[in-house]
Each structure stands twice: as C-alpha cells, then as structure tokens.
Ligand binder design. Sequence first.
Ligand code: ACM
Length: 264
Amino acid sequence: MNIALVQNAPCLHAVQENLDTVERMIDGHEADLFVLPELFASGYLFDSREQLAGFAEELGHGLVQDTLQRWAKEHDAAFCAGLVERDGDAIYNSAVVIAPEGRLTHYRKLHLFYNEKKIFDPGNLVPPVTEWRGARLGVMICFDWRFPETARSLAIDGADVILHPSNLVMNLCPAAMVTRAIENGVFIFTANRSGRDELGDTVLQFHCGSQAVDPQGKVLGTIDEDEEGVLVVEIDPTRARNKLATETNDLLADRRTKFYHLGE
Ligand code: ACM
C-alpha cells in the first residue's frame, strides 16, 4: 500500500485557495491513501466560536468534504483530512476518511490543545478503526499524541496504521510518535502543516515535519518543517499484525490490565 503525506501551509481562512493549492500539490501523485493535516483547509486560529462556526460543515455536506470526495474519485484513493465539524450546536475539531465510494469513518479530537478548549467542543467518539484495501486504519488528531491511551486504544481495536492529521506547535511529537509506534507495533503517518497563522496579536509558527514511522520505530520518511510537499511511502500494513517484541513477548496479549490504574 502506498500512503502519501501531504504537508500544506494553509492561508488563514482562505478555504477555496487552500483547496486549490492542495489540489495542485497532489496532482500527479499516485497513492492508495492521502493523509492531510488537521484543519488543512481553514487554518488553525479563530477569534471566537462564532468565527469558527462560519467554517463548520455538517457531516456529509460542505465544500471541504465535497472536494475530498471528488479527489477520492479522481485519484481512486482514500483521503484522511481534518476539518471543522458542526453537529447541532456543537463544533468539533474532526477528521474524516473518505474513499471513492464515500465516507469510511470520522473522528472528533478528544484532547483539545490550549485555546481550542475555548472554541471547540471536546470529541465524544471512540477513536475509530476502518478498513481500506486490506489495511486497518486508525485515526487520531494532533494533541491526542500526548495521551498514549489514544494510540493504544486504536492498536487494541486492530489498527495497522494510525493516521494522524496534525498542526504541531511543539517539537516533542515526532520522537513521541516513534515511541507510540514501537509500543503499539503500528505504522504511524503524521501529516503536519507548515507555515504560520497570524490573527490579531497572535502568531503561531508550526513546527516539525510530517513523518511516517514503521512498527519498529524506523522513520520511513519526513517532509522538512519549512516546506510544502507530498511524500509517498510504501508499506506492508500486515507487518503491524505481528505484535511479538521477542518470541515470548506479545505487546498486546502480555498487558497486565488488572494491575494498571487508568483513573476515571
Ligand atoms: C494541536 O493539537 N494542534 C497542537
């Protein structure tokens, strides 16, 4: 399976322009699956919940999802991407996985980062695992990396590959994702954005390149943090089904769940 990481530098709130840019970026690239950043079409900063609401799409409707659906058909590939989702009065920092035949799954970020807590509602869904061309795909979003339970939950639910749309502002994540890959025996594809957002007095520079990691923690490829770019990496997802750390140690079966405290 070929998986493409797409690292764009969105212009803040210029959705159509950002979609056009990504369309040009992916043109000519062949992959089974494209992974795009968190909030890849809107950018990251919003003044208020009211402003954020202007970018929100109901599941199954809206410019961003329609465009992802069109790209999926044109590229005969699945697309995983972050967007602003509205459900009634709630607004979520979400990600969808859309295949040529339609949406495979969707997820709402569980662990909101910093000021996201002021404008988004916290996610209320179990991190999902879906199947595409023989690979079991799990989804988490950016700051979920700081909570190892998220990746573990996906691994327990059978994910071979974790798709990780991101807008990273801390440089600790790439190293942490190597550990997440090793401890869960999974591939992880982190699609980060590049560039900066400026809104009023707030300037946010995004750090860390996108990266693909294999179940042994080997970094299979990265995109430089200053660039926009597409990186296609070929993997055999079934490698993630061997959870043996040694002949006698299984990463999942050897867990001593009776003895762990997970809190409330
Ligand atoms: C983040 O969760 N976007 C840092």
